[in-house]
Design a binder for this molecule. Structure first.
Ligand SMILES: NC(=O)c1ccc[n+]([C@@H]2O[C@H](COP(=O)([O-])OP(=O)(O)OC[C@H]3O[C@@H](n4cnc5c(N)ncnc54)[C@H](O)[C@@H]3O)[C@@H](O)[C@H]2O)c1
Length: 329
């Protein structure tokens, strides 16, 4: 029996998920809903399924729903899906503040359905190699340096507006915070210096993260770097070993003082594959099949929001802030 899936939000990322799900034989793309009906119509014409005249119709007919609407709507739309008792895949960011993240996490837990957050980078081949090396003990991270820049806050047209993104850290860098905790575990404290260059928004961060393991990581994230390659990079150092990623195109590592460097290059793979979208969608459908649990839970989403809020507090107050020290508004 195929899973009837609905997609709410038929824009850029909605069309990525639709294209991938349309090729999964376990799935029937049932309904598309968008506040601009023409967009839902475009996806229905390309990938099959029908436009839903209302959210209610989509929720009534579908078993699981992809929420691909803008950041500010995630809590509200995902809550509607949870209240209908349907499984949820919701794009990042999980929520835009701790209060909202707490509400949504608690609702997701008590709903007893599958909830997956769209932190696709975990499933990018380069990051899978890095995480497998750590998991297998081939790399014991002792020190980390990372960056995730944006070229601009110009495209899409709303990306400069913190009222819509939730703040620069909730935009592209949100992925880095998820990867940091996924690879290295819980963060104990952060110390952050930040500046605003444009739009009166903090858009240039120098972040020191100390993990419970004692590992320290530095991370730079800046919003206006040009799209100079690579704008996203991890350097993970072990004892006489280094793993280094270049966007999601390739990963190189050297495992000892006298060893050669090995490089895996994914540049010829499709963007859907090398950015991890294909695997995150496959794993969501696996979870619907009961084969495996959600690989990125509401709790994971909450933890990323908590870490980002901790970074903002440290930046604004100029002090070291332990995670878990924030008071929910
Ligand atoms: N995981 C990733 O790599 C990734 C990549 C891009 C975007 N995203 C996230 O996905 C979300 C959507 O981004 P996008 O780039 O596709 O944006 P987009 O503007 O291209 O698409 C959003 C769509 O949602 C529709 N919409 C807005 N409010 C709605 C509502 N209340 N109900 C129904 N439809 C509504 C809009 O008309 C639009 O078609 C954002 O939260 C973004 O952060 C994630």
């Amino acid at each position: 029996m195929s899973h009837k899936i609905g997609i709410i939000g038929a824009g850029g990322v909605g069309s990525i998920h639709a294209a991938i799900l349309a090729r999964d034989q376990r799935v029937k793309l049932q309904r598309f809903f968008d506040s601009e009906t023409a967009r839902a119509q475009t996806l229905a014409s390309r990938f099959g399924g029908q436009v839903a005249p209302s959210l209610e119709v989509l929720l009534h007919e579908c078993d699981a729903v992809f929420v691909c609407t803008p950041n500010t709507t995630h809590e509200e739309v995902a809550t509607r899906v949870l209240e209908a008792g349907k499984h949820v895949f919701c794009e990042k960011p999980f929520a835009l503040n701790l209060e909202s993240a707490t509400r949504l996490r608690d609702r997701a837990l008590s709903a007893g359905v599958i909830y997956q957050v769209g932190h696709n980078r975990r499933f990018a081949p380069v990051y899978k190699i890095l995480s497998q090396a750590i998991g297998a003990g081939e790399l014991e991270p002792l020190s980390v340096h990372a960056k995730m820049n944006r070229g601009e806050l110009v495209n899409p047209s709303w990306v400069w507006d913190a009222r819509l993104t939730g703040g620069f850290l909730y935009e592209t860098p949100v992925h880095m915070f998820d990867l940091m905790t996924y690879f290295f575990g819980r963060v104990e404290w952060v110390e952050v210096a930040a500046r605003a260059h444009l739009n009166r928004e903090l858009d240039d961060f120098s972040i020191l993260l100390c993990f419970q393991s004692g590992l320290q990581a530095t991370m730079k994230t800046y919003a206006h770097a040009s799209w100079h390659f690579p704008f996203e990079r991890f350097e993970v150092y072990g004892m006489h070993s280094t793993y280094e990623t270049f966007e999601m195109e390739r990963i190189s590592f050297t495992k000892g003082l006298n060893s050669r460097t090995t490089t895996y290059d994914f540049s010829l793979s499709t963007m859907h594959e090398k950015w991890g979208y294909i695997e995150e969608d496959r794993l969501f459908v696996d979870a619907l099949d009961g084969k495996s649990p959600s690989p990125v839970t509401a709790e994971d989403g909450y933890n990323v929001v908590e870490l980002i809020e901790t970074c903002y507090q440290s930046a604004r107050q100029g002090i070291r802030v332990p995670t878990g020290a924030l008071v929910r508004k």
